[in-house]
Design a protein around this ligand. Structure first.
Ligand SMILES: Cc1cc2nc3c(=O)[nH]c(=O)nc-3n(C[C@H](O)[C@H](O)[C@H](O)COP(=O)(O)OP(=O)(O)OC[C@H]3O[C@@H](n4cnc5c(N)ncnc54)[C@H](O)[C@@H]3O)c2cc1C
Length: 481
């Protein structure tokens, strides 16, 4: 058939500004392929799985719109892609690279298995690993210098796909057939038309969301922390799935106002955590600052009970419980609530950040190893340029500051629906008469706090100081003479 390239879509489920797709379409025929890997799908929580399948279905429709057919394969990625490439006698397989250790292993295996080159590009970050370096040619361990350098770099030109009919080859397996095959393998897939027809995770809906966000972004700096208001872009899952190009978001937003600069800075954080993951592939398993791995986290039945209360949204702290219930129900969570809930697990319950990281990654629709582990290490104080270990969020103060009227709490913790704004943040401070008036029996309808915050704070400071060999004022303890 002539000059064929395979475009292997992974976490870049879009046609616009997609370097791998653009490279594949520079050949006479580009064959778009998705490999559904059973073990990866089994490891994604319900929200991310639904979002991913919806994005694949949207990609399939976009391709149909330009007269192309998506080939869907099920199985081991390296074997499947090598099989497709061999069958088509492809000249190359074009991909966008990823930073996770799994992706790196998979691509090494694929490159070994292929009889043609694996042509790797970068499409999931604004600037790829290795592009943002200090004068000494290293990755900065502090964000601000990274950000300064990041801003000076030019955006790569938008990746343009070749116009005209792009693909050849019959569809080996359609998406519904692939999903049926996965179900036969015992993968618990969401069913119904919403999975394959839901527009939420399409390239087109992400673009619409960006257009809407461009009308709001100037206020970002002022309202981004108010988790009750929707003052953020809600683009993270689209970026995670790759239905949206981060490069094109930066180009569209620009830097004309303080709000725009603050927003683009967050995309630089996203790049930074990806660069850190590229450099520290065990970011989800080990503290980047190794001494922090000596913290004596709580283990055993009482820690397990507390972990279960945290996951179930039954800690007795309304802001934490609202966050954990929203996360479980929707897979979405405002950044401030992620920080407060994560801080509560690590610094109030003294439970290993890795347990929380796994739980979040499982449930978040945008659950992403680099971003999630990087942020958990920030909260736990174990990463570079992280929150210092002695910075411990007070959940009640956070709640009062960022959701003053308590509307978000009442929405997700309906037991508290009749408590007024002055008391909903800390129901245990209400008088018995007040509680009775609101129809709330603490300890029956809603838990009393599972831990006293002030006591927990002292316990955590002691545990970190002991791990780091610090005296009580936070300074290093003099070594014995
Ligand atoms: C404990 C914890 C876990 C997190 N896990 C994830 C995760 O798995 N996946 C994920 O994408 N983000 C994660 N974040 C970062 C952040 O909370 C989300 O990116 C943000 O809430 C998404 O909402 P938004 O798109 O409206 O963000 P906006 O405020 O509109 O920000 C714009 C974009 O910038 C990026 N961004 C914003 N904040 C951060 C940040 N702190 N770190 C890195 N990038 C950021 C995101 O891509 C986001 O879409 C986590 C944060 C914490 C504290």
């Amino acid at each position: 058939m002539g000059d064929i390239a395979v475009a292997w879509f992974r976490r870049d489920l879009r046609l616009a500004d997609n370097p791998a797709w653009a490279a594949a379409t520079s050949h006479a025929f580009a064959v778009p392929v998705v490999v559904l890997e059973p073990h990866l799908l089994a490891a994604a929580g319900p929200h991310r799985l639904r979002a991913y399948l919806s994005a694949v279905a949207s990609l399939e429709r976009s391709l149909q719109g330009i007269g192309a057919s998506l080939r869907v394969a099920v199985g081991d990625a390296a074997e499947a892609i090598a099989g497709v490439a061999a069958e088509l006698n492809a000249l190359s397989v074009c991909v966008n690279a990823d930073v996770t250790p799994y992706a790196a292993r998979r691509d090494r295996r694929a490159a070994d298995a292929l009889g043609c080159p694996l042509d790797a590009h970068w499409g999931m970050l604004v600037h790829p690993p290795g592009a943002v370096l200090t004068r000494k040619g290293t990755l900065s361990q502090v964000f601000t210098p990274f950000w300064r350098r990041w801003q000076t770099l030019h955006l790569r030109p938008e990746a343009q796909a070749r116009r005209g009919p792009a693909t050849a080859a019959e569809v080996a397996m359609s998406l519904p057939e692939a999903m049926a095959a996965l179900r036969r393998l015992g993968i618990d897939l969401p069913s119904g038309p919403t999975v394959t027809a839901e527009p939420t995770w399409s390239e087109a809906s992400a673009a619409t969301r960006v257009d809407k966000w461009l009308e709001e972004v100037d206020r970002y700096g002022e309202i981004r922390d108010d988790f009750g208001a929707s003052g953020t872009s809600q683009l993270s899952a689209s970026l995670h799935l790759g239905v949206l190009s981060p490069r094109s978001v930066v180009a569209a937003v620009g830097a004309a106002t303080a709000g725009r600069q603050a927003f683009v800075r967050q995309l630089a954080w996203r790049d930074w955590y990806a660069h850190l993951t590229h450099r520290h592939p065990d970011i989800a398993d080990a503290a980047i600052r190794a001494p922090y791995d000596r913290v004596a986290w709580r283990h055993g039945p009482s820690a397990d009970r507390d972990f279960d209360a945290w996951t179930a949204g039954l800690t007795g702290y309304p802001i934490v419980d609202a966050a954990m219930r929203q996360l479980a129900a929707t897979g979405e969570l405002h950044n401030r609530l992620r920080m407060v809930a994560a801080s509560f697990l690590v610094k109030d319950l003294l439970i290993d950040w890795r347990r929380g990281e796994r739980w979040f990654r499982w449930l978040l629709a945008d659950g992403d190893l680099a971003q999630n582990a990087g942020n958990w290490q920030w909260v736990a104080g174990t990463g570079p340029d992280a929150a210092p270990y002695f910075r411990i969020f007070n959940p009640v103060a956070q709640s009062r500051r960022h959701d003053p009227d308590g509307a978000h709490l009442r929405r997700w913790v309906p037991e508290l629906a009749r408590l007024g704004a002055d008391i909903v943040h800390a129901p245990w401070e209400a008088s018995p008469a007040r509680l009775a008036g609101a129809g709330l029996r603490l300890g029956v309808d809603y838990p009393t706090p599972i831990i006293d915050h002030d006591h927990a704070r002292q316990r955590t400071l002691a545990a970190y100081r002991s791990a780091l060999g610090k005296a009580h004022d936070g300074r290093p303890r003099p070594s014995p003479a």
